[in-house]
Write a new protein. Sequence first.
Length: 641
Amino acid sequence: MSKGTYYVTTPIYYPSSKLHIGHTYTTVAADAIARYKRVTGYDVMFLTGTDEHGQKIQNVANEQGKTPKEFLDVVVGEIKTLWETMEISYDHFIRTTDDYHERRVQELFMTLYNKGDIYKGEYEGLYCTPCESFWTESQLKDGKCPDCGRDVQVTKEEAYFFKLSKYQDKLLALFENNPDILEPKSRVNEMVNNFIKPGLEDLCVSRSTFDWGVPVPIDEKHVIYVWLDALSNYITALGYPEIKDGEFAKYWPADVHLVGKEIVRFHTIIWFAILMALEIPVPKKVFGHGWILLEGGKMSKSKGNIVDPVVLIERYGVDALKYFLLREYTFGQDGIFTNEVLLNRINSDLANDLGNLVSRSISMVEKYRGGVVPALGTATEFDEDLKKVATNAYLALDKKMDNLDFSGALEEIWKVIRRTNKYIDETMPWALAKDEANAATLDSVLYNLIDNIRLISILIQPFMIHTSRGIWNQIGLVEGEATQWDAVKEANLYPVGTKVVKGESLFPRIDIKAELEALEEMAAAKHVKEFPPIKPEITIDDFSKIDLRVATILDAKPHPNADKLLILSLKVGNDERQVVSGIAKHYKPKEIIGKKVVIVANLKPVKLRGELSQGMILAATDDADFLTLVTADIEDGNIVS
């Protein structure tokens, strides 16, 4: 009989770059709580997916010569493959380009518009394209985006706004009356003191300077902005607003949104206000976890410090990686990742504690009883405490999991493992085996060891499913009554007379020094820079058609219709011309006035987003997307050859 429903979500990921171990952290945690709730009797809905609209996606796709959907289909396929490799047990994968989601978002927009909570106006402010975020001057950090540290651009455009300010008092009351709705507690203080109390401004919920998004139903030159589009996935995936019974009635409000700490503001202040406007209950809890850092900094493609989870799985197994992520770090806090920390955790907890316990217990049954587990005989003074620790573990485990304390939950299981290892030292089966008079006592010790391993194998199921089944194979169990979750509450359920067979070590001990050297060699090989292949050969006649000239930049200004572009006024000898160049995120207009650059002077003029461009400026870029203008220290107008 079901204990009820449980709805857990991850943020939907922005598919513009390869996912790394930091991204997998949220999903592994969500997978663990989903598996735990399922095995303990809940009807679970676990949602994840991809956030696929916005200017950044459109820009990346254009740079690759693809349509946004062509680009996305490839990257989303890679994300799904990673989740398959990591054995993420999601129930629903949503893409914000799914027809049903787009249709439902448009209906939500119109509901808010007709209610008067969305109105048309003009936006002028600071915008970070990579983060798809608007900021006020006071929110910037050293003049840059406080989330990613990149430059922001002044953006001015016609837009639709959501009346976020209208819900300021309701949000404040919500946090004051429901302090557990957001955890850790430090996140509540941040939202209240840094954002709500200083005053909320109405939120821009449409854009008109790009078209890759869900069209506004009443004004198709606008697309619905990312936060109304993306955040709504948590209810559109359940059928809302088209189907308000069914899954929506069954699972909403969500039991927990798991999110990284950098997007708590969007998942509480903005999302909660939207739900209030729709007159829908807010989620029961949002948990903003910390980051996994590498050498003190956040993992980043541009920094080249990504840790690839697939490589770790190939070397150590998916169970070892999941265990490490959940055990090593306190979920609400930042943590430092190093290869040495990973290997030490695998050796100490998995190889030494668990793997060695299973291996030597089965070895003793094989050695002393021919591999057949005997019935209980004479009890020892240690039996009662052993069984009490093992059969009560689920109580503390349940509390830890409800609090999303994954590390603490695994510690409760490891208390059982350590107690069982201690039991071997206390009873010394090898000594008992030397005297036939102790045969009945040895029988009890061997039975208790295998039965405790059975209990441990049940407890670890939500976290390490392969290890759990691997243990069952070695102790002769198949999935059934003795392995069900309720069987973790009672000792002596292991079937007497079952034959055990020692298999390969669950977690072979790692030579840490040698393994660190191997990982360093892999990293060094991976970071050998690979340059794009040289294009097909051309003749000197082909090259002579290109007219490269030195030009002086007289003036530079932002393009009125494209954040990425600058409009440049150039002096090329006796000629002046205008060139539109995609360098806005790399150079500020004032920085480049007076620079002497190299241009393709005889390129056919074109209009870029409504502005004439008479040529092309040459620049070089690397795989970290860092762009540098090609310059020349000679008089403008001269030929470059």
